[in-house]
Design a protein around this ligand. Sequence first.
Ligand code: CAA
Ligand code: NAI
Length: 708
Amino acid sequence: MNQTVVTLDKNGDIGVIRIDNPPVNALSQPVRAGLQAAIEQVQADATIRAVVVHAAGRTFVAGADINEFSLPELPPPGFHEIFDQLERLNRPVIAAIHGTALGGGLELALACHYRIALESAKVGLPEVHLGILPGAGGTQRLPRLIGAQAALNMILKGEHVAAAKALQLGILDAVVGDEDLLAAALRYARELLSQGKGPRRTSELTVDPASVPAGLFEQARAALQKRPTGNPAPARIIDCVEAAVSKTFAEGAALEKRLVEECRRTQESAALRHRFFAEREAAKIPGLPRDLELRTIKRVGVVGAGTMGGGIAMNFVNVGIPVRIVEVEQAALERGLGVVRKNYEISVTRGRLTAEEVEQRMALLQGTLDYADLADCDLVIEAVFEDLELKKKVCTRLGEVCKPGAIIASNTSTLDIDVLAEASGRPADFLGMHFFSPANVMRLLEVVRGAKTAPAVLVTVVNLAKTIGKVPVVSGVCFGFIGNRMLESYLREAEFLLLEGASPAQIDAAIQSLGLPMGPCRMLDLAGVDVGAKVVFEQAKAGILPPDPSYRVVVQKLYELGRYGQKTGAGYYKYDGRMPLEDPEVETICRQLAAEHGIQRRSDISEQEIIERCLYPLINEGAKILEEGIAYRASDIDVVWINGYGFPDYRGGPMFWADSIGLDRIAERLDHYAQVRGNEYGYWTRAALLTRLVNEGRKFADLGIMQG
Ligand code: CAA
Ligand code: NAI
């Protein structure tokens, strides 16, 4: 037996199998081998009358070791083999669950005969988020235990289910409060023995076909067809759960084994696994001293109760952190607080919050017109209008009123964080916290590290982001940071394509065919053509626009005409409610602009050209961001695009996607467009890093940590 990760001890006549594989007790090969050895030892020891399986550290088993899915073959022993062996033991086996029993962890528990858990524990089969299905018997045992409908729902959603609910569903047999779980499990085992209860094997149960709602599987398949996804798992999950109803356990298990193997070998599953690790990597900041003294954030201040300020405040209130929100005048304050309340009330109508919880949250949110009220805040985030002079004044004021050691942050999307940091008078305490709209919903937070931001400030904010449920990515200072800087090249090409003769619908359809929720024209109409145009004006002010008179002229023209998008009923489209309709007026505008700027119209723009022209420059910009050290890793850029811009997770983000296309191909197409479109303004000039990677036959994924 592997002594270090799995041990078998005896507590009287009860065998105690303990898994100890930090950080999350993943079932890597040594754990599987250790489990197998422990089971064989139990088989050989007739004095053991019952077995408890538990885990050391912060959690029960969090699943298979996701790293192993990238190996050509999963090293033996296999999950089915061990779990079947465990279930076949002729003495009661009890799983004792704390923390989370996820994926293979829950499947291990399902192979045990009884399950006891702490009330704080959660269970789930989240494999679908990795583009695979539960591949250790879960698709066969769970329906046998809780019924096909509940199991299908749980596996397709991949949710974590709280212990109380799991008990109700029949996944757990007992839940205990805050006590010594191992002691409770041993007591439970002895009770079973005294009641003469023996093994209870889930694989021997059958699903009563009468308990399966008519059309359950057909409806699930129809729903998938209606909302197709690139994820290879859901369709196969339905097949497996159906097999749990109609086939023997052995037949169902064989199907599960085959289908999980098919899933794991897909590019989409590889992309989803990349996302899993990329999000965790992104929170790691390289090169920092280990003994940083982090700051404690117990109270937060927000300046400006507009669209962003209100949403930002909600994030903190939602996790019990009190917020002071400052406005310039009472009416604006009341309006802002009213919007927050309305958002919470919508959650009540959707059953996500109770009326009492709304009051508790609103009580944590205190409005004020006096900056002096921010004096006891540990972090203050300014979210006033995007105006440099105004923001500088606000930051100077914050530098005066905030207590020593408080962190000051700006939510600016375009302004120079270093300039604002200097205005505050304490640049070491200053950074950017770039939330995305709606700020209470969007998961991404770009944490912008200024030239003088203290490492402890940066780490404090990255950790805080995780506390409020955000995915933090650190960006250096540049116009647009990581996400919006890359977006610029995408929007630039979309506009040139409009001038050359593509319609908004044609461009959007091409981009959406890749799995993005909306193309650039619909996105700008939703975000506001005015907002989009102002970004161009800001770039002009900052002196960073190319000297190209045809640069993003469409958005500027639509702005001039008051076509602000959905909110004014017309933008790149005209609107019937929220429904975008093609507008011949836009074609006329583009035709005129093309004529003014001497741009040739043509009718041969293909879907592939749209994809290449919008997305390959975006990838090229990503490479520049890496070579400048604005982002630490290619995978950080992927995290930004998946969580902030709807890039399909099953493509892994733009940099992972580029690797899968081949960087030589990307480079060749950039060169091609440089030739056919001309390259007067450097739009198609390859990033030096891209050329280097192509020459060395390497990928973005091969790069280490980049620091500018
Ligand atoms: N395999 C390998 N590594 C894992 C892992 C897994 N299943 N789960 C977590 N880790 C690693 C993380 O990468 C991270 O590593 P670093 O510290 O090096 O970054 C570390 O464990 C801690 O993870 P988190 O930062 O996520 O810690 P947390 O406390 O915030 O969350 C958790 C803990 C809820 C368990 C979360 O890690 C999680 O959701 N893990 C994945 C669960 C999962 O998807 N399980 C199914 C696996 S597939 C499977 O089991 C297939 C099958 O049928 C056999
Ligand atoms: P907004 O116009 O909705 O709100 C700004 C609020 O600030 C207004 O309520 C205004 O009364 C208040 N305000 C102005 N001066 C103030 C002062 N001196 N003290 C206190 N309050 C003051 O603007 P929005 O959209 O919320 O944007 C705020 C910031 O967030 C900007 O920097 C913007 O670039 C950034 N941002 C906006 C995003 C968006 O999608 N709206 C996305 C990401 C960042």
